[in-house]
Design a protein. Structure first.
Length: 602
């Protein structure tokens, strides 16, 4: 919630807002006061009826102020005065008990409390200095009609139920915190004690396998040399001639004396030659390196990484969906280890469905394919030797492959792999379903969770939007702040010629800057008189992710979810925005334009 949403419903009969927050906070740009309501700095006079005091209290005394300053302002409030206290504490950590006695002593009633969506301000509470019990307010700030006795009963009953719910939640939170702390302690102890042993075991295993591979290659070389020697021996050649003659007596018997004489003569000649003049055997052409076969048609990255790189035991459909957002190398039993070494992935992912369905890893983890179980264990050991995380993506019942649970995993993801938006049909699914999938259930959201586990680049960074605007006066500034903070898919930055008056955006976590946008997508909001619904950017990003287009916007004919030759651009790829070309020439240059309807049909 914004500060204006909490404050404005309580400005009836208020003519002056008194800023008593001190020098640390500057809340004037957050208020957007309506005409007729003045703002003045506190001069330590009494707060009279028709005035509303701004107070602050938080953990950072220099920024938020302390409880003593709050108490001093409460003592100066007169009947009819109101106040708004902003807290730097989070809702679950709010020390309201420090001010509760003073509020009661100075006859101040809390009318409403709500969370605030700012970086340094988390809770706000509206109070009133009154000599009689006032009716409470609902979620929208409207008073609930009631007389004094019914109001007291309502407050008392709600307090008992709210206290019961809060105590249950606090107890649950404390239990979870203790469980997490204990698990972290055990994990840290296990990691400190066993990581060296596991690493040493992995290195030993790697050396043993390398030695076995070298020995096998030496044995192959010896056998190949013996085969070449046998193939060149006179005994074998004589045997071949006799077998040929026996198979075709009529023709072979007539040619046999000549062939045997030729062999005898060739042997006499080769025996009489000097060693230096002996013909050297022709070198056989080397077979192509196995690496080229193993790495054919695989994804490699040579530039600095800005995308998550996944090596995985994955189904074909999952690998295809993941490849739309990250670099994917699908491991096979015969080349997985080499691919791990050559591609250096951020994480090794093993999907349970790939081990239980049709495919090269079928029956892995079931105990029916011990060679595949051994190969998978070697892949995990190789990934750990490379310092990479190994993750089990358990998108099915664990009982389908119980052997996977016995392997050591750095993390286990119990979820499906999500839905790729390109696979949905907008007309059949509906706009609300697309929004839900985009925010909660799509493949990119699942991959973002994987990126957080491994510390790799977040795929959700590709959804960042920059708003370009040019507010001219206070009205434009207030309208811009309201439209930006009201978006369900909030922009990450606002680019303006002058950042004055936009402190509320910075406090809400939206970067305000001058110059050129840095986010991957740009929305031009130069015309601030236009009405923009809170779902605008959300619907535009849904359409872009569904289509993969370079620009998304509206058309005069209200086309919806179709590629078009021209449109009014509302969301444009940054590179295209920076190119400076006219939108009318984009389609002719090969850029993809996708139309989405501005308003849903009634």
């Amino acid at each position: 919630m914004r500060l204006t949403d909490l404050l404005h419903p309580h400005l009836d009969a208020v003519t002056t807002v008194v800023d008593a927050t001190g020098a640390g906070l500057r809340l004037a740009p957050y208020l957007h006061l309506p005409p007729g309501v003045a703002l003045r700095t506190d001069d330590e006079r009494p707060i009279e009826g028709g005035e509303l005091a701004l107070l602050s209290y938080g953990p950072d005394v220099d920024l938020h102020g302390g409880e003593d300053a709050c108490r001093a302002v409460l003592a100066r409030m007169r009947p009819g005065a109101r106040g708004l206290i902003v807290f730097g504490h989070r809702g679950s950590e709010l020390p309201y008990h420090r001010l509760l006695d003073d509020l009661v002593a100075h006859r101040c009633q809390v009318l409403r409390a709500a969370p605030l969506d700012y970086v340094h301000l988390h809770v706000g509470a509206v109070i009133a200095r009154t000599d009689e019990l006032l009716p409470p307010h609902d979620f929208f700030g409207r008073p609930v009609p009631s007389d004094g006795y019914a109001t007291a009963l309502r407050i008392a009953d709600e307090y008992v139920f709210a206290d019961l719910a809060s105590r249950s939640l606090r107890a649950r939170t404390l239990d979870l915190e203790r469980t997490v702390e204990e698990a972290e302690r055990i994990r840290a102890a296990t990691g400190q004690d066993g990581i060296a042993d596991r690493l040493a075991a992995a290195v030993r295993e790697k050396d043993q396998l390398a030695a076995a591979l070298r020995a096998a290659r030496d044995r192959v070389d010896v056998l190949q040399a013996r085969v070449r020697m046998l193939e060149g021996s006179t005994s074998l050649r004589v045997g071949k001639a006799l077998v040929t003659a026996a198979r075709s007596p009529k023709r072979g018997a007539a040619r046999l004396p000549g062939e045997l004489y030729g062999l005898w003569r060739g042997r006499r000649i080769s025996a009489g030659r000097a060693p230096d003049s002996a013909p050297k055997p022709q070198a056989e052409p080397e077979a192509p390196a196995d690496d080229r076969f193993h790495l054919a048609h695989r994804a490699l990255t040579a530039a600095p990484r800005d995308r998550l790189v996944v090596a995985g035991v994955l189904t074909a459909a999952t690998a295809e969906d993941f490849a739309a957002d990250v670099v994917v190398n699908r491991l096979l039993p015969h080349d997985g280890r080499l691919l791990l070494q050559r591609t250096d992935p951020d994480v090794l992912v093993v999907q349970l469905s790939a081990c239980t369905g049709d495919g090269p890893w079928w029956l892995t983890g079931t105990g029916l394919a011990p060679d595949l179980d051994r190969t998978l264990a070697e892949l995990l050991a190789e990934a750990r030797a490379l310092g990479r995380s190994v993750v089990l993506w358990r998108d099915g019942p664990a009982s389908a492959a119980p052997g996977l649970a016995r392997l050591a995993w750095d993390a286990v993801v119990d979820a499906d792999t999500g839905v790729r938006l390109a696979r949905l049909h907008p007309a059949a699914e509906g706009r609300e379903r697309l929004r839900e999938v985009f925010r909660e259930d799509c493949t990119r959201v699942r991959l973002a969770r994987l990126a957080r586990l491994t510390g790799a680049p977040d795929p959700l960074d590709e959804r960042r939007v920059a708003v370009v605007a040019a507010p001219r006066d206070r009205t434009d500034v207030a309208r811009l702040v309201g439209q930006v903070l009201g978006q369900l898919h909030r922009p990450v930055e606002v680019v303006v010629p002058d950042a004055a008056g936009l402190e509320e955006l910075t406090a809400a976590g939206v970067a305000v800057r001058r110059g050129q946008p840095l986010a991957p997508w740009v929305a031009d909001w130069t015309d601030l008189t236009e009405d923009r619904p809170d779902t605008l950017l959300l619907d535009l990003m849904c359409a872009q992710e569904h289509s993969g287009a370079d620009a998304v916007g509206h058309t005069p004919t209200a086309d919806d979810y179709v590629f078009v030759p021209s449109l009014r651009p509302l969301l444009v790829r940054r590179s295209l925005h920076m190119s400076g070309t006219e939108p009318g020439s984009w389609a002719g240059q090969g850029h993809r334009l996708f139309a989405v309807r501005g308003k849903e049909p009634s």
